[in-house]
Design a protein. Structure first.
Length: 271
């Protein structure tokens, strides 16, 4: 499968023919992506593939030189991040996603800064329904939390604005394998199940595919393949194409090695 065009899920976020960069030669080239409501869509690729630039272009930080970004059908290309938050895009960066010197409750309050005290309290209750593990930790300083609890706090803070789209940049960065699984399976996947459209950029490709509905592979700023995430994991050929040497071959010995090498060569040619 090469695209999600036939998915009948309502689109929340669409990227159409995006070329973007920072004023010089473009880093992202003619990218098309769709994220439907209730879907988790992963963007995977090697370091330097342009994943961070893609996110920054969506969020109005990098310069979009061609194409557009659509949020629930409305063109939001180049709209600043603060306004995007009001329009329904929640962004959880890889780093600096919480205020360490504040309590969990205070972090959530800051996420709901647009609202009065009563509405903030109501929205906090809704966020705690998503992440009930935070309730007994509301008065704890964030700097005393585990890595998984910190990420939970970061996502809950963004949920205070009740976004329709969540963009998560490397949510498992610096986390142990066990905590990474917890964040992806218990937090990220649940957001999709609650009806949010989730765009997940993640370096741990296999783990990301395990919780995603669809995946795009970005190489040198271009989408070289898109496919159903579960098919990628289940089919050895697809795993090789998406994951290269990390995918176990179903053909032992030289034949399997030769096949894997041919597939990886084809990806290099696509780059």
């Amino acid at each position: 499968m090469s695209s999600a065009e036939h998915d009948t899920t309502p689109l929340a976020l669409s990227i159409r023919g995006m070329t973007a960069g920072y004023g010089g030669p473009p880093i992202v080239h003619d990218v098309d992506m769709n994220v439907g409501s209730g879907r988790v869509v992963a963007v995977v690729g090697p370091n330097g593939a342009g994943k961070s630039t893609l996110l920054k272009a969506i969020l109005g930080i990098a310069r979009v030189q061609a194409g557009r970004v659509e949020l629930n059908g409305a063109d939001v290309t180049g709209v600043p991040l603060e306004k995007l938050a009001r329009l329904g895009i929640g962004y959880v960066p890889q780093a600096d996603d919480v205020f360490d010197g504040l309590r969990v409750r205070e972090n959530l309050d800051m996420g709901g800064y647009l609202f009065n005290r009563a509405e903030r309290a109501e929205r906090m209750e809704r966020a705690l329904e998503v992440f009930p593990q935070l309730r007994p930790r509301l008065n704890r300083y964030v700097e005393t939390l585990s890595g998984g609890e910190r990420k939970m706090t970061a996502i809950a803070r963004v949920l205070m604005l009740d976004p329709s789209v969540l963009i998560l940049d490397e949510p498992t960065a610096s986390l142990s394998p066990e905590l990474s699984r917890t964040v992806l399976e218990s937090q990220v996947r649940r957001l999709g199940d609650l009806g949010k459209a989730v765009l997940l950029v993640e370096q741990k490709a296999v783990a990301a595919l395990g919780v995603s509905d669809w995946a795009y592979m970005l190489v040198r700023g271009e989408v070289v393949m898109s496919a159903d995430a579960h098919e990628v994991l289940e089919k050895p050929d697809m795993r090789e194409i998406f994951l290269g040497a990390t995918a176990p071959s179903d053909e032992p010995g030289e034949a399997g090695a030769e096949r894997g090498g041919m597939v990886r060569t084809s990806i290099r040619e696509a780059e």
